[in-house]
Design a protein around this ligand. Structure first.
Ligand SMILES: C[S@@+](CC[C@H](N)C(=O)[O-])C[C@H]1O[C@@H](n2cnc3c(N)ncnc32)[C@H](O)[C@@H]1O
Length: 394
């Protein structure tokens, strides 16, 4: 094992990540959703249409992720690999306690994933590759076991929103602050004393993992950590010979959700420039989540031509309809997007079972003339895609 990997393994042995939970039933019923989970996000991975992926790899699965995905995908075979046996220990506990017969666990470096044998229809790697000395070698290893029709879900750190984290990391390194419990307590106390204008304070206000020690260590005391902007991700993906399919959260890369007034200045730009410009103008990205395929299997959601009529829209699992100050909204997280009454009528149909063509024929829309109906549905669903509220699958 090389020196960097040994240090990373030692960290995740001492500080398993994320903070584990013991009751999978309770947690899942309370609405725990993993962005790499095909039970919730299948259309994002295979817009061209696909049912259950037979084999799923969770690369760098940590304490819970492989178990969560095995739990919600009982008809898939799920394989978790992690370099930390301490983290896998909790996954073994979950597997035994909740009877996850479809879960296999391996300890090792994900670069050796080829030794497991076979290929995978979905590969999920959340917050792992940026901890490798050579992340491209990790991505190449994952590509070598991706089935021809397979999809990969990747999460990498984003440099812009983590700028404050790197300032603090640099200072801690110079001060010789280590991963001992005393030093972790020191970091916690230090963060509270930094000025309110320090960029790390904004990061802390959004981060969800700083309440426990493994989160403090993972964020501020990691021996190997790098972050990316949009252009670096595109270069990295091309360099490994994979194709970029889409972001998981379009609202962070397209101007329509948060920069609607300047959308017309941005929409003519090539994809990569538009995404990079929006990322720079929003200035808040802490992570990037995206989907990769083999280049000849990339399927982009498109509303050009009439093919979109065959899409079956499915709302993101946490999206809902609400009303605020008399304005109808579709709400996701802390953001609410204004919609018309007709758009709220369509929303309950978006569970992945009906095509847009079938919606067009629904008597509820009979009051509109046919041409208006089609134009309305096209505009509505294109907007829902661009603001990251809806997925589409044939
Ligand atoms: C930040 S944690 C993320 C855990 C999990 N993916 C999640 O989102 O809950 C990173 C995980 O990747 C594992 N890891 C890091 N480098 C690895 C490598 N080269 N091979 C396999 N696992 C690795 C660590 O042990 C750790 O469990």
């Amino acid at each position: 094992m090389d020196n960097v990997t040994a240090r990373v393994a030692a960290q995740y042995t001492a500080y398993s990540y994320p903070e584990a939970f013991a009751d999978l039933d309770v947690r899942m019923k309370a609405g725990h959703v993993d962005f790499g989970d095909p039970a919730y996000f299948g259309p994002m991975f295979w817009p061209e249409g696909r049912s259950t992926p037979p084999r799923i790899l969770v690369a760098g699965c940590g304490t819970v992720q492989a178990s969560v995905i095995a739990y919600s995908n009982p008809d898939s075979q799920v394989v978790g690999i992690d370099i930390s046996d301490a983290s896998l220990g909790h996954q073994r506990y979950l597997r035994e306690t909740f009877g996850l017969k479809n879960l296999e666990l391996y300890q090792g470096d994900l670069r050796d994933v080829g030794k497991i044998g076979g290929t995978f229809d979905l590969i999920v790697s959340t917050g792992v590759l940026h901890h490798m000395a050579d992340p491209a070698s990790g991505l190449s290893a994952l590509k070598s076991v991706l089935s021809p029709d397979g999809a990969m879900f990747i999460m990498l750190y984003a440099s812009i929103g983590r700028a404050g984290v790197y300032l603090v990391q640099d200072a801690l390194r110079r001060m010789g602050v280590s991963q001992t419990p005393e030093d972790v307590a020191f970091v916690r106390a230090l963060l509270d004393k930094l000025p309110p204008g320090h960029p790390v304070q904004w990061y802390r206000s959004c981060a969800t993992d700083l309440s426990y020690d493994a989160g403090i260590v993972d964020t501020f005391l990691h021996p190997q950590d790098r972050a990316y902007d949009v252009s670096q991700i595109m270069d990295w993906v091309k360099g490994v010979g994979l194709g970029f399919q889409s972001w998981m959260e379009n609202a962070r890369y397209e101007p329509y959700a948060h920069l609607p007034d300047i959308a017309s200045r941005l929409e003519a730009l090539p994809d990569e420039d538009r995404w990079a410009a929006v990322e720079a103008l929003l200035g808040t990205a802490m992570r990037h989540m995206f989907i990769l395929r083999h280049p000849d299997r990339v399927h982009r959601v498109s509303f050009e031509g009439d093919d979109y009529l065959a899409y079956r829209p499915r709302a993101f699992p946490d999206a809902s309809v609400g009303v605020q100050d008399g304005q109808r909204l579709i709400i996701r997280g802390s953001a609410g997007f204004p919609v018309s009454e007709a758009e709220t009528l369509v929303f309950p149909w978006c569970d992945g079972s009906r095509t847009i063509a079938a919606m067009e024929a629904d008597p509820v829309l009979a009051g509109y003339d046919p041409a208006e109906r089609r134009a309305f549905l096209k505009e509505h669903f294109q907007r829902m895609w661009r603001v990251g509220l809806m997925m589409f699958q044939r």
